[in-house]
Design a protein around this ligand. Structure first.
Ligand code: Z5A
Ligand code: MG
Length: 221
């Protein structure tokens, strides 16, 4: 159930494929919000510091093998383990700036073609819904040139192209797509302007829940 609250922070997510510039923009937004006196907190998923996150980190660095569906559930659990904290932060008036979220969870597993979309979404049903998602879009071949792809799992152009297609299917009314080939500063200006607008607008709105009335999920149940 969504609770009606008097005043809360905004839930802002940055999403996109590898190397599109999410962490760069999260940092710029954090600095600007702090400067503007907006109480804020940054979260990054996966959070590799928790006990669940340590398994995810080992998996991504190829130190641990896990079945695709099992690791999908670990990524979702890594979000649920901070769900209570996220809600209380929002309700206490803190704006959350989040680097990757459940959309990455769904897009990366769906790209592996190991499970239908509804199954990929199911573990995140009911988790707090972002007020805005900034989706940074960049061709995988351009992203690859930004920084040498490392040894982590998923860092291959072909797979990233598949992930991009899956992201496209997740677009919702709260999504804002940005051309991530633009320079850092001009992207930041647009993100900051919209973020401030959302922070003002959500003041008295309840926190939403992700995918509770999603058509893909409903049609499978
Ligand atoms: N994953 C999953 O499978 N399931 C889940 O539920 C979740 C995640 C949440 C780890 O993610 C992996 O987990 C990820 C998805 C999967 N695998 N992949 N691929 P991560 O977030 O830890 O990944 P990362 O190593 O931090 O990479 P990244 O986040 O994808 O990169 P980024 O944050 O988008 O880019 P950046 O670090 O800000 O910038 C990259 C470089 O480009 C850097 O040199 C910048 O200076 C440069 N840059 C940034 N912006 C620009 C512009 N505008 N122009 C030119 N150059 C730029
Ligand atoms: Mg990053």
């Amino acid at each position: 159930m969504s609770a009606l609250v008097k005043s809360r922070g905004a839930f802002i997510v940055l999403e996109g494929c590898d190397r599109v510039g999410k962490s760069t923009q999260v940092l710029r937004l954090l600095e600007a919000l702090t400067e503007a006196g907006v109480p804020n907190k940054v979260l990054k998923f996966p959070d590799r510091t928790t006990s669940i996150g340590k398994h995810i980190d080992a998996y991504l660095r190829r130190k641990l093998e896990l079945p695709d569906k099992a690791v999908h559930l670990l990524f979702a659990a890594n979000r649920w383990e901070v769900e209570g904290e996220m809600k209380s932060d929002l309700l206490s008036g803190q704006t959350l700036v989040v680097d990757r979220y459940a959309y990455s969870g769904v897009a990366y597993t769906a790209a592996k073609k190991v499970a239908p979309l509804w199954w990929c979404k199911a573990p995140d049903i009911g988790i707090p819904a972002p007020d805005v998602v900034f989706y940074l879009k960049l061709p995988a071949k351009v992203a690859e040139q930004r920084d040498v792809y490392g040894d982590e799992r998923y860092e291959q152009v072909g797979f990233q192209q598949e992930v991009e297609q899956q992201f496209e299917a997740l677009r919702g009314p709260q999504w804002i797509e940005l051309d991530a080939s633009r320079n850092i500063e001009s992207l930041h200006k647009d993100i900051l302007a919209k973020a401030l607008e959302v922070i003002r607008a959500v003041d008295r709105q309840p926190i939403g829940e992700l995918w509770t009335d999603d058509a893909v999920v409903q049609s499978s149940s």
